[in-house]
Design a protein around this ligand. Sequence first.
Ligand code: ADP
Ligand code: ZN
Length: 435
Amino acid sequence: MPYSDKYWQKEEVLPKKELEEIQLRRLKWVVRHAYENVPFYRRAFKEKGVHPDDIKRIEDIAKLPFTTKEHLRENYPFGLFAVPKEKIVRIHTSSGTTGKPKVVGYTAKDLENWINLCARCLYMVGIREKDVFQNMVSYTLFTGGLGFHYAAERIGAMVVPSGTGNTKRQIQFMLDFGTTAIHCTPSYALHIKEVAESMGIDPSEIGLKIGCFGAEPWSESLRKKLEDSFGLKAYDSYGLSEMNGPGVAFECEEQNGLHIWIDHYVVEIIDPETGEVLSEGEKGELVLTPLTKEALPLIRYRTGDITFVMQDECSCGRTHPKIHRILGRTDDMLIVRGINVFPSQIEHVLMNLPEVGDNYQIVLTKRGALDEMTVRVEVRDEFFTGELADLERLKRKIENALREELGIRVNVELVEKGTLERFEGKAKRIVDLRS
Ligand code: ADP
Ligand code: ZN
């Protein structure tokens, strides 16, 4: 049962002070839980000279050691679990964007919490009983499938668990079933648009109203493109397997920052180089401590994702702070001739050029000791005049726009529409041939 016609749970609108009390009580619990049940944490706490009794205020969290992706991998598969195996009712893994997958586990209570967090998000963007929710992400080990599936069911929407792939059939389902809301990666949404057009269907006539897009970074320009072509409202969904999966942070109707549920996660932003906690509003690496996870209580988990906390009050009435949409991740930041480049910056430039299609690829090579970056982009049919001089002019135009944004010289290679790979899940747009 929803708390009201606007909020799924009453915790969404609790006064800040009450939220902070819940946070502190839960933080004390989770720190002790990790210390008493996970040998890794007992050792790590001893090394740092801290003890669960040292947690008296939220800020004391800074005394605790970090947990990294490496730690999860070193303890593969179940080494950081804090409950006996018989209490685990499900496992998932991360999608393995950056190496060996991380395995995460859930108790029955963890699943219950997770469903409600995801339901908060879907309810927040207006998904209700009357909606038809087509969930177009992988239903296997990836958390995005089952996570939102159960949440949408809990709300009472009609769920179409169509998974990924067979895009023409997905579009046919949308038309036949009257799909109103979809969940997929933003790159898959772009692909759907393209396929619909190739079928002679105007994406805006499908009838979609709500798009939940996440699992990878995407730009404001891409949001605009998806909203304009499908005639829907596109919301950013953030999560990671280590924190249950999706449902960690999500945009509300303002579409300006993602509410992050602080009754379930403590949020810190650190300097990724020094590990020092940054002050409010400063940009850095997001560090999360889940407060209610029984199976896998990760302490100060370094997400590798770059963002900052926006402290404005929100017109939607929720009292949970918002984070800016993810600007990139520390491990996909490219260093090209010493300059930090986030793929999202490149996407932003490309999406603003009308001649450029929706797909691109970034290729990194070495020429002697120097890094070379080549961006391969598809040219829209209507701009493909066949005149060499036109193409040359376009190439220069894109190169200049990229140089202006990134501060480095970039080669652009124009290719015909349909040349570059399409993606059903997370896009892999970077090809690094430097080592
Ligand atoms: P991985 O991709 O590391 O194997 P996951 O499948 O759990 O693991 O994906 C989580 C990661 O995906 C996050 O840490 C973040 O880098 C990225 N991600 C998820 N949602 C978003 C989003 N809305 N915007 C940007 N990046 C996102
Ligand atoms: Zn809001």
